[in-house]
Ligand binder design. Sequence first.
Ligand SMILES: [Zn+2]
Length: 413
Amino acid sequence: MNFINTSKINYCKRCLYSSLHPLGLILDEEGICSGCRVHEEKNFLDWDIRWKKLQQLTSSYKVNNGKTYDCIVPVTGGNDSYYILHIVKKRLGLNPLLVTYNKYFNTPLGIRNLANLRIRFNCDILFQNVNPESVKKITRSTLREFGSIYWPCLAGQSVFPVQIAVKFKIPLIIWGAHQGLEQVGMFSHENDVEMTRWYRKNHDLLGREADDLLSIFDTLNEDDIWQYRYPDDASLNSIGVRGIYLGNYVRWDPKAQHELMIKEYGYLAARFNRTFDTYDHVDCYNFMFLHDWLKYIKHGYSKVTDHACREIRHGRLTRSHASFLVEKYQKQPVLHIDKFCEWLNIKHSSLNFILNTHKNPNFHFDNSYYSSKLLEKNRFNSPIETEELSFLSHSKLDDDEESRYVTIGKGYP
Ligand SMILES: [Zn+2]
């Protein structure tokens, strides 16, 4: 671990990101970050032209024979799935095959949202459910070594659609926004950046592909990791597999999009204690809790900072109000730890020990809300800011401590 002088970290003058952002971020001579600069494109690009480009690109993949699919759309019971499908099916008129990787940490709301999506958009869907022993073995290993409980989720979500593209000979995969573009301005919208093996490995998977895990962990075998292996280039090239991002062609605004999806298709949102955004990740008991805490202790900031930066850029939050919200939410207790310990068969004390080993010494944490209190049932009692920020919610994910992960839920209704 490299030690840095945290008093000399440079922050963007517009949003709350610093030059330490793990995806890499550049500050220009005016002190504005590359993410904010690329966001400015949203306000001057001609989105009608971008849309026509998307129509042109996707129309060549229309099969029109009623016997197969035009494209693959990866979905979950949260995030941007509804909006992606709204664009793909309703506006572009494509016939998609939906694919979803079961991440195990499912909330009842996520199961409901996914079932409702399948029915409202009337689509075929494939589920991949990797056996629980392998998933737990990998989770145990990546938690210990990399401080990540999400490696199997990220690997599975990013590879299953590609495997299905090869297997079913459906070359086009359609994703939502590109995280590297949206957060740190890694690319311009006009680069039309597409899915790559390189980005998946280096940014989604912490630089470790499935095969790398075999050489790092003697606890894992071939039969634990093969489901996470990216297809080889020969297979990809023979089908012409490509993955495009809608955010390059549609002015991406998750808050506005989710609100439209709530109105049009009955997407349901939920309140979290660690962020004001009620729309992202409502399908997972860990993303905004233990996974978010790991992000915080490793990188010095948590998901609420991502939400706040996005809202500043869209002009709905001032920088000072955003700072206040971040300071408030990132210190809230991490709930649903009991569920995780029970699922992985690990003691609270062992989990706490592992968390401590991944704490980045460059950042100073107030342990009073961390080690001891964190792993107890500590409740969130502060006033909720979500109404003030006009984020809608239908449920409270911070209020169902007694429930368990739903591995496979029933359909809806
Ligand atoms: Zn910025």
